[in-house]
Design a protein around this ligand. Structure first.
Ligand code: PA5
Length: 449
């Protein structure tokens, strides 16, 4: 069984045959990705990554994860953007919602840092770690990202102070470039175990490299199954699969149709399981950084339902009609919980007694779908049989390949992110980074005006 796509409630907002009309463009995009003739073709290492991960490589990652699991109560994963979101998305989707409170000692607590410059966040984190046996996975492809590097500087020092330099060496792992960058330099000097992020895999497409696999294995999840799920989707979304049968082709086609032909400029990724919050965060980066350029691109937003029906529901139902929804619907939850009968029925909810929580959730989903479609919001539904490694792996590859196809249809290079540099240049100029003298002078003059 695979994840599946239902676009009937989205295609109805387009003229008859509009989705099918994208078939040629989709095929061209798929050919260009396969043949490496598309823009950004030096970043296509993700395309056949799932089927090329060897069992030996999985074992190597697992062995390092096992060392960290054995030696650490807490593993801090330092990284940002593509070096952060995939691991967090998978760990939260698969883990206990209260993992850090119910730690059964079987798994280390996984914490994330290096993804912000919040002083309180870092002060509180380092304070929490004060009496913990902790390790660090330092993830940065460039090895020079400020947020991650600054955090690693703090954590490295603390780890060495608490555990001694020798022991710290065994619980600090770097995932970075093969030769360049500060993370590589530190790892080589200190003798840390390292994994290389392949040159041809961009950050936001790197969750199935050690960037994601190592933290996910540390958290106790089955990375073999994750990769197997992704490999199954690599087959299901292959370029020779018929257009109608290929979920990635259809998703890419329908979202481009809604954007270009129906004025739907915003896509809201919706879940009905709080565990999927970070899958949406990962997806937002994947699509936002890939498509938002050259003055184009669907704005990727996200909502957690039913939570956000009580905050954003009004806007979605009746605000500007420029949105469509993509809903991730989980068919079977991992737990069964029934509402009890209550003699007094003070809350009037006895009509739900004996029903599972998920039955109510599914009716909330169906009711919302009907209401939003009635309100002019196209609805794409992605059905996921269950939340496990295999299906999350499928979801990851499905979104990646659909993103590659979609960006090509849109006519952008989906594999670069030139716009990300603008803030960094200003920040470095403001902080008087050596080498930025002229920019520093210019920005200070500008601010003084
Ligand atoms: O997708 C991307 O390329 C970015 O989001 C990067 O992953 C992010 O900026 C972090 O970069 P790095 O891994 O070099 O620290």
């Amino acid at each position: 069984k695979n994840i599946s796509l239902d676009i009937t409630k989205a295609a109805m907002f387009l003229e008859q045959g509009a989705v099918k009309a994208y078939e040629t463009k989709v095929k061209e995009a798929q050919e260009a990705l396969e043949n490496g003739t598309c823009p950004g073709n030096d970043f296509l290492g993700w395309l056949h990554l799932p089927s090329s991960v060897t069992p030996e490589f999985i074992d190597e990652i697992q062995a390092v994860a096992d060392t960290l699991r054995e030696k650490c109560e807490v593993v801090v994963v330092a990284g940002i953007g593509g070096s952060y979101l995939g691991a967090r998305a998978v760990i939260e989707a698969l883990g206990n919602s209260f993992a850090w409170l119910v730690n059964d000692k079987k798994n280390p607590t996984i914490m994330f840092a290096g993804n912000n410059i919040g002083e309180d966040y870092l002060a509180e984190l380092t304070d929490y770690l004060k009496d913990k046996k902790f390790g660090v996975i330092n993830i940065s492809k460039s090895g020079t990202t400020t947020e991650t590097a600054l955090t690693f500087r703090l954590l490295k020092k603390q780890c060495e102070t608490q555990r001694g330099k020798e022991e710290a060496k065994d619980v600090i792992v770097a995932v970075t470039d093969a030769c360049k960058g500060a993370a590589r330099a530190a790892a080589d000097k200190e003798g840390y175990k390292t994994f290389v992020i392949p040159d041809n895999v961009g950050g936001r497409f790197s969750v199935l490299t050690p960037v994601g696999l190592l933290p996910i294995a540390c958290a106790g999840f089955d990375i073999k199954q994750l990769v197997a799920g992704a490999a199954a989707m690599e087959v299901a979304c292959g370029k020779d699969v018929a257009f109608e049968e290929n979920p990635a082709a259809i998703y890419a086609a329908v979202r481009n149709g809604l954007y270009a032909r129906a004025g739907k400029k915003i896509e809201i990724m919706v879940n009905y399981q709080p565990k999927l919050h970070f899958m949406s965060e990962w997806w937002k980066q994947l699509y936002g950084e890939s498509e938002g350029k050259d003055g184009k691109g669907i704005f990727p937003a996200s909502c957690d339902f039913t939570t956000d029906l009580h905050s954003m529901g009004q806007w979605i139902q009746e605000g500007e009609r420029t949105i469509f929804e993509t809903v991730i619907s989980v068919e079977e939850t991992n737990n069964k919980l029934y509402f009890p009968e209550d003699e007094e029925n003070l809350d009037g909810l006895n009509f739900l007694a004996g029903k599972r929580v998920d039955e109510v959730n599914k009716m909330a989903e169906l009711g919302t779908r009907l209401a939003h479609v009635d309100g002019g919001v196209p609805n794409i539904r992605i059905s996921v049989p269950a939340l496990n490694e295999y299906y999350i792996g499928q979801l990851i590859y499905f979104f990646e390949i659909a993103c590659g196809i979609s960006g090509n249809i849109l006519g952008v290079n989906p594999f670069n992110q030139p716009g990300v540099e603008a803030y960094k240049k200003n920040m470095f100029a403001l902080l008087d980074k050596p080498g930025y003298e002229a920019d520093s002078k210019a920005i200070k003059e500008r601010l003084a005006k």
